[in-house]
Design a protein around this ligand. Sequence first.
Ligand SMILES: [Zn+2]
Length: 399
Amino acid sequence: MTIIPIKLRSKQKMVSKLKFRSEQLFTGLEMLDETQVLVTNDQGVVEGIVPAEDAGDDVQLLDGIISPGFINTHCHLELSHLKNVIPEGTGLVDFVMGVMHQRNFAEETILAAIEAQEQVMYNNGIVAVGDICNTAHSFAQKQKGKLHYYNFIEVSGFVPQFADKRFEQGLTIYNQATDKESSAIVPHAPYSTSLQLMQLVNEHSKGKVITIHNQETKEEEDFFITGDSKFRKLFDTFNIDISFYKPYGQNSLRVYLPYLNKASSILLVHNTFTTLPDVQFALDEAALFNHDLYWALCVNANLYIEKKLPPVYLLRDHECTITLGTDSLASNHGLSILEEIKTIRKNFPEIELEEILQWATYNGAKALQMSKHLGSFEKGKQPGVLLMDENLKQVKRLV
Ligand SMILES: [Zn+2]
């Protein structure tokens, strides 16, 4: 028995260790077995993964899968009040119109939903969020520090003359964000953002993560290639004159992506209608402009809106770096990365859980420039510690 001198004990604060062992320990990159023990301090800062025989006393023996906290790379927390408001299966154009018509609720309703759904994400094991902001509604709640955020201040406007004005509006919201290092001004989607506005976004994007809703519907491809698309109805509904618009004869990704060439990373969200030539084009652009490229999947939202899933096998076959997102409660039944994982498991059964968990943790943290602290059980990180049962029914936070 070691006796700690009383003098030393009074000077040094005793830091207790937490030790976790289970038959499956996912590190963020690989699945280990029960021979290894995760050791953290009492705040969850990782000290290491050690062989069980070296772990000493007080090891918690657990049942299930231990994992770092989840990273939700695509969410719209400020739309949480729209849960169960927009019907399923309408297709994207009617969905977007639904959101635009319905988003104006009383501010107290919006703020209450933000607070409640952030708590839901916390309970679901999410530790960080790439969050789209069209307003500053979510900023006060985010300042409380419950979760980590990368704020994507979203701008849109398809009429080129309004590009400056729209960018200024985005900048006003950006300037209200407390953590500017983890905030960026981003374009909403190819069909809603003029190339002039893309250029303004690009000029502001050095060192940033830029995200965009990419190829979410076939209507987007039609709008760019032939111009014959249901998106015309959306512009008509909002009395936006797009008589100036000439279709490009090529799809959206090829038209807009070269305009986004200054950011550190590009996070393409949805990719539901992305094809092999698109993947190759995007990878070539990323190599040319020296940025990291990430592909965020929001499968439950895709099923909700379009009843179509993205080409997951294609993306992984070409070594695309995949991340996961929930999208908003306007298009999902819950803000849960575990539910996204389950849907991928069900529809793409060839993919090992270990690989999908990496998308949900390590890749997500990299995509949001948070891998210094989150995403894996590496020494010095504080990524959160989750425990899931083997059937992925539930997740709980251990730290
Ligand atoms: Zn979205």
